[in-house]
Design a protein around this ligand. Structure first.
Ligand code: EPU
Length: 429
């Protein structure tokens, strides 16, 4: 993240118009690592132009790949990839850099991947990734903060994950697709982005069964081939726009490419709050504001449970509900940092360990706030739109890790939000 940015948000505007959900960031990131499994040209349709995707592309470029955008279609050519080391400055910017570990080890028999960075939402160790690759017979060691993996030929194995980790499942799926024999991943993550990666690997020639279920069975292949993929819609952006659309009772927003099937649980919670969504056509829905917001209880859980990435977003609307709502965060220990910032705007949120109690309704008024991570930043953008007067969001570049042109798209439906470069950003870090 080179330069800091501020978003200046003038709240109170009623939102009316149409928004289209972009492709899923968390589907594109593993798909980009997957391009290392077979040299050649890949096409990805509907790729979001977000900072994490560009960071992943810069890593691929360092390894020897080429890439270019034509509109929202991304072309990646991995024919000339010749390196197996991921540079520290890029690896530590995004969590998804860990996905290169499985892909490089399987493809080149070697990988040097610095311990990854990413949003500061918790400890986020990588022990499941390492343990799983060891089961596939890779030798793993740690040297000066770099994970070094070596394997002359990976061999299939039975792996039981301690927790259905998304990126660990993805790493092992990729590694197992080039391993000799059969691999079973038990207690695998069921997220739609994992299923998307399994579909990509299947198209590339791997034999994968059970993606989206507890156990995934992979029969590895000697060789895979490059493919063309259309990226699934981003369910977290969709959930963010669902709440954005309902910020004021008078709002009326139409959402295109809206994946209801991937958002069953959040939509259920939205309906419990009093919200309703109306189908207008295939993947097109109309969302209206909620007159009398009811408090709810949320517990985050792996898919198909309530996504941890959407709890900060739902919390914004819950500040306006008639009573006390409760959010229990079960995945990441630092995911309530946004609450302190939201309280600056007038919210009344109490945190006790992994539980947030949100008292509503509390009128919000503008204040300077700071994005502590991607989803916290997006939540505070919504809070600024809901608040009276002006809210300044610092470190807003974090929002751009996962949302393409959020200010521009919000302006298109009537929101007042502008971007300012923050010149002294890096001086006091
Ligand atoms: N965990 C371990 N050891 C590991 C891996 C994970 O203990 O080796 C723990 C984590 O600390 C956490 C839990 O397992 O408590 C689940 O983490 P998971 O590995 O599933 O998360 P992730 O793969 O690092 C992905 C998304 C996140 C999203 C989570 C949960 C990507 C690139 N990131 O992270 O997305 O919150 O799954 O759904 O796919 C975001 O987009 O803003 C974001 C943070």
């Amino acid at each position: 993240m080179d330069r800091g940015r501020k978003y200046i948000i003038k709240g109170g505007n009623i939102l009316k118009g149409e928004l289209t959900i972009k492709g899923a960031k968390n589907a594109v990131l593993p798909a980009l690592a997957c391009t290392l499994l077979a040299k050649g040209e890949y096409h990805f349709i509907n790729v979001p132009k977000v900072r994490d995707v560009f960071c992943m592309l810069r890593i691929l470029e360092h390894l020897g790949a080429k890439s270019s955008f034509e509109g929202s279609t991304l072309l990646v050519d991995t024919s000339s990839v010749c390196r197996v080391d991921i540079p520290y400055d890029l690896a530590t910017q995004i969590r998804a850099s860990i996905l290169f570990l499985g892909a490089l080890t399987a493809s080149f028999g070697e990988a040097v991947v610095p311990l990854p960075g990413g949003c500061a939402i918790g400890k986020r160790p990588v022990n499941f990734h390492e343990k799983g690759l060891r089961h596939l017979t890779a030798e793993i060691s740690l040297d000066h903060g770099n994970i070094i993996a070596k394997a002359s030929k990976l061999k299939g194995a039975e792996i039981i994950l301690d927790f259905p980790s998304v990126t660990a499942t993805e790493n092992l799926l990729m590694a197992a697709s080039l391993a000799e024999g059969e691999t079973k991943i038990k207690n695998a993550a069921k997220e739609p982005e994992v299923v998307f990666l399994a579909e990509m690997l299947g198209k590339m020639g791997a034999d994968i069964r059970g993606a989206g279920e507890d156990t995934i069975v992979i029969r590895g292949r000697k060789r895979l081939k490059p493919v063309k993929m259309e990226v699934i819609p981003d369910r977290i952006e969709a959930g963010t726009f669902l709440i954005l659309s309902a910020l004021f009772p008078e709002n009326e927003v139409i959402l295109n490419n809206f994946p209801v099937n991937l958002l069953e649980y959040p939509i259920l919670k939205f309906q419990e709050m009093g919200g309703s969504i109306k189908k207008l056509g295939k993947n097109t829905y109309q969302i209206k504001g909620i007159g009398n917001l009811r408090p709810i209880e949320i517990q985050t859980a792996p898919y198909p449970g309530f996504p941890t990435d959407l709890q900060p977003i739902f919390a914004i609307l819950l500040t306006q509900s008639q009573g006390i709502s409760r959010i229990k965060e079960n995945l990441f220990e630092n995911r309530f940092l946004y609450a302190m910032e939201l309280n600056r705007l007038g919210a009344e949120i109490m945190i006790e360990e992994r539980v947030a109690l949100i008292k509503g309704p509390t009128p919000l008024t503008g204040s300077p706030v700071r994005a502590t991570d991607l989803r916290a930043g997006a939540a505070l953008v919504l809070a600024g739109l809901l608040a009276k007067n002006t809210t300044t969001l610092y470190e807003a570049e974090l929002v751009e890790r996962g949302y393409e042109d959020l200010p521009g798209r919000i302006r298109a439906i009537g929101g007042d939000i502008t971007i300012e470069e923050e010149l002294n950003h890096s001086l006091c870090k």
